[in-house]
Design a protein around this ligand. Structure first.
Ligand SMILES: O=P(O)(O)OC[C@@]1(O)O[C@H](CO)[C@@H](O)[C@@H]1O
Length: 386
């Protein structure tokens, strides 16, 4: 299990380098009062040098967190599993900013200013304008381009930008590519239900929505269930409000093709062909094998579940350091439907690489596991359910 107590490690850097910058951004972006500011600063001090204080008495989800943290309360933060500790950090940040408390800050997404700025950027107009050029392409070629956009859209993660520099790294490589299998399976199950577990809002969610529109428009999916977070999480993770903002951005885009996608998706939502769903599990500090039965039942029978991004990948294959040549299928046998992971590499976890690719990456002298320059499309089929 990865932990964040090794100075210099990636996980250590998230707590000791990324979070302090994030906290500054949050406190600079909104005029929180002294109580919220002090609570956020206390959280930063606790999470970088203190022990895990048990949840306060008034947390509405106190009982769940007490259970999830059983055996961890009182330990230094770095000794908790990395994914668990990050999840608790974001839960506590919402508490500190008053997100759940009656008052002026209730329901205010502390990351909204960053999300809004990203969505408003001129670069988004340029990205959406590219859709006009895709309209004339044959379906298969357009499909490839849309999958690629959704995949690399994951690189635009705002939290990653905090350490990668303003523009982020350049896209370079696909370390595993099951995209042919992805399209072949969707063709085989044509007209089925596809689940998409979203990751980030803004520049990732837009290409995700365009891909969803393609699946619906071409009949590869008759229905799409789009899963988002129930509350702000990991800085830029998409919530239902972010889906609406992205839909508006599409509908109002100068690009005719983008605006048409926005209108189609709007209709798809009103017709319940596209449903936006959420579940408290998506902000729980748990891996997918531990998902509750009601959510498992929702994925069961889907023709395919597409899991976007790095965090979903960590929860899918486990936040542990396995030999990278471990078969992807071995690590996702717990999942109730066929799965497709679309992810840029932004943490140390990776499986499903072939030996030659691994040797090349290890010999490259780069931080390939975490620098976001590599991406993967990995598919595992569960045919008995489709
Ligand atoms: O899920 P995402 O948005 O692709 O990535 C989330 C992420 O940036 O957050 C963690 C650090 O906080 C990393 O493991 C990971 O790279």
């Amino acid at each position: 299990m990865i932990r964040s107590d090794v100075p210099g490690s990636f996980a250590w850097g998230v707590f000791h380098e990324r979070h302090p910058k994030l906290v500054r951004q949050v406190l600079d972006a909104l005029p929180y009062g002294p109580a919220e500011r002090a609570a956020v600063e206390r959280l930063l001090a606790e999470s970088t040098g203190g022990v895990l204080e048990p949840p306060a008495d008034d947390l509405h989800d106190r009982a769940e967190w007490l259970a999830w943290g059983d055996g961890l309360w009182g330990l230094p933060w770095g000794e908790a599993p990395f994914l668990w500790a990050e999840s608790w950090f974001y839960r506590r940040l919402l508490d500190a900013t008053g997100y759940f408390r009656p008052g002026a800050w209730q329901g205010i997404d502390p990351f909204a200013p960053m999300k809004n700025a990203e969505l408003a950027g001129a670069v988004v107009d340029e990205e959406l304008a590219a859709l006009d050029g895709l309209a004339a392409l044959p379906d298969a070629q357009r499909a490839r381009a849309l999958l690629t956009s959704a995949l690399w859209g994951n690189r635009a993660d705002l939290s990653f930008g905090l350490t990668a520099g303003a523009d982020g790294p350049a896209a370079t490589d696909l370390v595993a590519d099951d995209s042919a299998q992805f399209w072949a399976e969707l063709e085989r199950t044509r007209g089925g239900r596809v689940c998409v577990v979203a990751d980030n809002a803004g520049r990732e969610l837009l290409p995700d929505l365009v891909l969803i529109d393609h699946l619906l428009r071409t009949g590869l999916a008759a229905r799409v269930d789009l899963y988002v977070k129930p509350q702000p999480y990991f800085v830029s993770d998409a919530t239902a409000a972010d889906v609406l903002a992205a839909l508006d951005r599409l509908r109002a885009a100068p690009s005719a093709a983008a605006a048409e996608v926005g209108r189609r998706l709007w209709r798809a939502m009103t017709d319940e062909v596209l449903t936006v769903r959420t579940h408290s599990f998506f902000c729980a500090p748990l891996p997918f094998p531990d998902m509750p039965d009601d959510l498992r039942a929702e994925f069961t029978g889907a023709a395919m579940t597409v899991l976007k991004g790095d965090l979903n990948y960590r929860r899918l294959v486990g936040d542990v350091l396995r030999p990278p040549t471990t078969a992807f299928g071995e690590t996702v046998a717990h999942f109730p439907s066929s799965v497709a992971a679309l992810r840029t590499l932004k943490s140390e976890v990776v499986v499903g690489l072939d030996a030659a690719t691994l040797a090349r990456l290890d010999g490259s002298g780069t931080t390939w596991r975490t620098d976001g320059r590599q991406a993967l499309v990995q598919v595992e089929l569960r045919r008995e359910n489709s």
